[in-house]
Design a protein around this ligand. Structure first.
Ligand code: SF4
Ligand code: SF4
Length: 475
């Protein structure tokens, strides 16, 4: 990799045009854009707005203008950088290898360092990305009132009296996004080590993502069950921290690097052959550690080892020769399923065929094509909250495509996509379920060694308030 390709490392340059300080976008990388326009038909924001500045080519040109000293760091510049979903669809389409994701993240870092921001926005962002995301317990503490709100019956009451309809659309959306029936985070109930069922063929470090631990107990239980039945001993370091992706994406690179160093050290001490996660976005971020620490002599080798071991769960199972056979049909009757591809799996990691290979192994499941399956659903980290209107336009199109298939089940493998698609299905009142792929592979037998981790703690399929199976029209 030559110097121009050292795109994600900590850039020590002090000034380039109006860029100043650390994480200045690498100029040679900016020049890689040959302005061919092949990325334009693949960009969701360009498709919606039809203006050059909202396209990958336009964003690369804006970054170049600032680097050339022709454009100051203005509010408009910041808006365009943050309007990007960081979905990387343009990177898949680009014949010149332009890394728009990198340019956007560097430009956002510059905005956060060098631009005057609204003090309330600054305070909120510093709280979220400079404090809250840095430790699991802080996130868990912040999510605790939500659990109380759901379990106390307050949620049901407020919906019953129609109070929620009085709130602004964006608040209604945020309230509706969280999955129902939240329970104790999986981090607190999963044993540190779950021995392989039968002969151990590999030791796997489980990278338990923040969102997966807090909101998707059923999925995380399924992941450990499937790895366990696939001759893997599962080792979960509970001190794990956020992968750093949300911070990197919001321009808090310095804090993201701290988290990454911690995770690298944590897993480096473990004797594991692979590191597996059921969060596509975590997998994408973790695979980039190698590149980010390329110029850091203390972390270069450790980061390379870490990234080299990282696998997204379906990627791992598709290639793992001891993957447990799926004997049991997961549904009462055969179902038509579709797969919606997380951007951070297909575009950021170029993992395309493995999830489908895994789905096709499941009996009683008919996988049919979803039009535009590789297009973003509009979730994109906190984008659906910060850019609600654009996110909803993108989701609308996704839901139209989903509805056109007439499927019974929508499958994906990323927490943000699961929340966004589940919201879309409920809003549109479609008779569909939304599931993580790994849930189809769970035979319900728990884990070995008598530690059926969190079996009592599974996120219930039943409504926590009325106890019945939720209907599409249920809120
Ligand atoms: S496809 Fe790549 S090189 Fe062509 S305009 Fe888009 S970013 Fe530039
Ligand atoms: S990352 Fe996605 S939203 Fe951003 S410029 Fe590329 S295609 Fe468009």
């Amino acid at each position: 990799m030559n110097s121009s390709q050292n795109s994600r490392k900590e850039n020590q340059s002090l000034k380039h045009g109006y860029f100043e300080g650390v994480n200045i976008p690498d100029y040679e990388r900016i020049l890689n854009c040959i302005r061919c326009g092949m990325c334009l038909p693949h960009c969701p924001t360009y498709r919606e707005l039809k203006v050059e500045r909202a396209s990958p080519r336009g964003r690369a040109a804006l970054v170049r203008s600032v680097a050339d000293g022709r454009l100051e760091l203005t509010r408009n510049f910041a808006e365009q950088m943050y309007l990007c979903l960081d979905c990387r669809a343009c990177e898949t389409a680009c014949p010149s290898g332009v890394r728009i994701g990198y340019l956007i993240e560097s430009a956002r870092s510059q905005v956060e360092q060098n631009m005057r921001r609204n003090p309330i926005v600054r305070l909120l962002k510093d709280f979220l990305f400079g404090w809250l995301f840095l430790r699991h317990w802080r996130l868990e503490m912040a999510a605790f009132p939500l659990r109380i709100y759901q379990r106390s019956g307050l949620q049901k009451l407020l919906h019953g009296v129609g109070f929620m309809k009085l709130l602004p659309k964006r608040l209604q959306f945020m309230e509706a996004l969280a999955p129902r029936g939240l329970t104790t985070p999986f981090r607190h109930t999963l044993p540190d080590v779950v021995p392989a069922r039968g002969e151990e063929k590999a030791r796997v470090g489980y990278f338990l993502g923040c969102m997966m631990s807090m909101m998707f107990n059923k999925t995380t239980n399924a992941t450990v069950n499937v790895l366990n039945r696939s001759a893997c001993t599962v080792v979960t370091p509970k001190a794990i921290r956020c992968c750093g992706a949300p911070l990197l994406s919001e321009g808090y690179k310095k804090k993201a690097i701290e988290l990454m160093r911690f995770n690298i050290d944590l897993f480096d001490k473990l004797d594991v052959d692979y590191i597996v996660t059921d969060c596509a976005a975590c997998a994408a971020a973790c695979k980039e550690y190698e590149e980010i620490f390329e110029d850091d002599p203390a972390y270069r080798e450790k980061a390379k080892r870490f990234s080299g071991k990282m696998r997204e769960i379906t990627e791992f199972l598709a290639e793992w020769p001891h993957a447990a056979k799926v004997e049991k049909q997961p549904f009462d009757s055969p179902k038509k399923v579709i797969y919606d591809e997380p951007c951070h799996l297909c575009h950021a990691q170029q993992v395309w065929k493995q999830p489908k290979q895994v789905i096709r192994r499941v009996p009683g499941v008919d996988l049919v094509d979803l039009p535009e399956s590789e297009w973003c659903c509009g979730s994109a980290g906190v984008y659906n909250v910060t850019h609600y209107d654009m996110a909803m336009k993108i989701l609308d199109r996704k839901m139209d495509n989903i509805e056109s298939t007439g499927a019974d089940v929508v499958l994906t493998c990323n927490p943000g996509c699961l929340l966004q698609l589940d919201y879309g299905v409920r809003e549109k009142k479609l008779p569909m379920e939304v599931k993580h792929i790994v849930e189809l592979l769970d035979d319900g037998t728990g884990f070995t060694n008598g530690q059926v981790g969190g079996k009592e703690n599974l996120q219930s399929d039943k409504c926590p308030t009325c106890g019945k199976t939720p209907r599409p029209e249920c809120q």
